[in-house]
Design a protein around this ligand. Structure first.
Ligand SMILES: Nc1ncnc2c1ncn2[C@@H]1O[C@H](COP(=O)(O)OP(=O)(O)OP(=O)(O)O)[C@@H](O)[C@H]1O
Ligand SMILES: [Mg+2]
Length: 394
């Protein structure tokens, strides 16, 4: 980190050339940078949370309507749990009783309710809920249950039945389920009459504006600054997924602090991309290697990169024809879909780790990255290896 010098010498130097921070200032900001970004866990504090105001209002309005329940669904890593956690905090401050249960594969209908009801009991005994004229009855009637990731199929039917019953009897409680898109359509399919009672809140990928806000807000909280071009790069590289925005901005801020700079630049973002690739989840790295492995010279890596750059819809789906443009740019000559149809097909098979999920057949076939986090990883590799430029990421 260069010559540290004493703190007072550092202060003099920092006064002399304005932008250099002294050692104490660097350490202070390193701590703030650690607190301001959360790449590895859902957010539960409003101050760290950006955007999604539409979804929050929708949840508030659903909570106020008797007989209405909600399901939050979207791609993995898009921010469902964070939305539920932050909205729950906000509802609590509005004096509602809220309980949240996180489910895993070992949970069933009974265990999810036990978790949620235990949490409600804890609230009602340890903290007097301030309802005017509130009886035990009204406080429970205002209870909300946020069930997370209901996977067990039998449990899904039971949840659908419960929602239907609560809705028909106009019980003043709101259930909000959270899950990935496929489990939601199954839930509704299994119990058609629940559809009306269940407002579907789709979480699209985040807009660049929202992602930029994550970066600038966090940087501000860390008492640092960031150049507009650095924000743009981060927002583009994140491809709508807030995890990467959190990670890249945190790493870029650390890179600036390593050079005792207060302001994060585009160069710091380049450093951050390299680090993010090194630190990527093992599962993501392995999926990439399995998908692109070949002993001969092949275009698997290029086709996968083109898939990562293909314009996709709100559900992360793209068609083979969407891959032509990016692949042409990567390989420097035009490509027709027939030239890589086999590659796409293989990406959706076990031999290449099923990195793509295939939807529909024939002309309506669409693909999507099974693990959405793989897509920005592939794009960042492309940028880091100099195959594409950040501005090509769209
Ligand atoms: N609105 C937001 N503002 C800032 N950061 C966010 C926001 N939403 C999510 N994040 C960040 O994005 C990452 C993923 O969020 P989260 O865990 O809520 O997603 P998820 O959809 O529940 O993922 P999974 O499908 O894996 O459960 C986390 O690092 C979180 O800190
Ligand atoms: Mg989640």
């Amino acid at each position: 980190m260069g010559d540290a010098g004493s703190s007072s010498a550092g202060a003099k130097r920092s006064a002399a050339n304005g932008s250099r921070l002294d050692e104490a200032e660097v350490l202070d900001r390193l701590r703030l940078v650690g607190e301001a970004f959360r790449p590895a866990a859902p957010i539960d504090r409003r101050s760290l949370f950006s955007g999604r105001s539409e979804q929050i209002s929708e949840l508030f309005s659903i909570a106020a309507q008797p007989g209405q329940h909600a399901v939050i669904f979207g791609e993995r890593g898009v921010g469902k749990t964070s939305l539920a956690a932050v909205t729950a905090e906000m509802l609590k401050s509005a004096n509602m009783l809220v309980a949240r249960a996180t489910c895993d594969v070992s949970d069933d209908f009974g265990s999810v309710w036990r978790k949620a009801l235990d949490e409600l009991r804890l609230h009602t005994t340890t903290q007097k809920v301030g309802f005017t004229g509130g009886t035990e009855e009204t406080s429970h009637s205002l209870a909300r249950l946020l069930g997370d990731d209901v996977k067990d199929p039998a449990g899904r039917v039971l949840f659908a039945d419960t929602i239907k019953t609560l809705s028909d009897r106009v019980v003043r409680a709101t259930i909000t389920l959270i899950g990935v898109a496929d489990s939601v359509s199954e839930l509704v399919r299994e119990h058609r009459s629940v559809e009306r009672a269940l407002a579907q809140i789709h979480m699209p990928r985040m807009t660049r504006q929202e992602l930029s806000e994550i970066a600038t807000r966090g940087i501000e909280a860390a008492q640092m600054g960031i150049r507009p071009d650095a924000v743009r790069r981060i927002a583009t590289l994140s491809q709508g997924l807030p995890h990467y925005t959190q990670l890249l901005t945190q790493l870029a801020a650390q890179s600036a602090l390593a050079a005792r700079r207060r302001v994060v630049t585009g160069r710091d973002v380049d450093v951050a991309v390299g680090r993010a690739l090194e630190r990527a989840q093992q599962s993501v790295v392995e999926a990439y290697q399995e998908a692109t492995a070949d002993t001969r010279k092949s275009i698997y890596p290029q086709v996968l990169l083109a898939c990562a750059l293909a314009p996709e819809d709100d559900f992360g789906l793209f068609a083979a024809s969407d891959v032509c443009g990016p692949l042409g740019r990567i390989l420097g000559k035009p490509y027709k879909t027939a030239a890589f149809a086999r590659h796409l097909d293989e990406f959706s098979q076990e031999s290449r780790g099923e990195v793509l999920q295939k939807h529909g057949t024939g002309r309506t076939t669409r693909y999507r990255f099974l693990n959405p986090l793989l897509q920005p990883y592939v794009a960042m590799r492309g940028v880091s290896e100099g195959v594409v430029r950040v501005q090509d990421l769209g």
